[in-house]
Design a protein around this ligand. Sequence first.
Ligand code: FES
Ligand code: FES
Length: 164
Amino acid sequence: MRRVAKDTKARVTLTLNGKKTTGEAESRTLLTDFLRHEIGMTGTHVGCEHGVCGCCTVLIDGVAARACLTLAQAADGRSIETVESLTGLDGKLNPLQEALRDHHALQCGFCTPGILMSFTDYLKRVPDPTVEQVKDVLGGHICRCTGYQGLIDAMMDGAKRMRS
Ligand code: FES
Ligand code: FES
């Protein structure tokens, strides 16, 4: 009978939302599972696990990336920012989050963390986007609830709020 080699765990240390964080991960453990199950940081959602839906988007060294396509061990030594980083210690929402709330741009909220992190990255580079550019970014995210118009309005308004 063929024996399957046992995967050994390795220590993974990353800077998570500005704080040095350590856990253990097997070589095949995804960053999504590491964040949610090993660290207990559940704001990053898991949908398709194939890089399609976008709900797992986090920032890796400041750039938006799919956590479901990233191995936890590959994140060792990197800076990871999740949706939890957007809210202040006092629980205050940031301007982008406030715009989503004010435009009723979420219902179940499953897609919301990924969309927030994609725009957090995008607005650093393009602080005054056009509607077409906002649609392009939203093209990387699947939302089954809102019909997207509320999201477009929220991101246009959120960009304006971020600029001021
Ligand atoms: S869960 Fe990562 S893109 Fe869908
Ligand atoms: S708010 Fe439900 S999937 Fe987007």
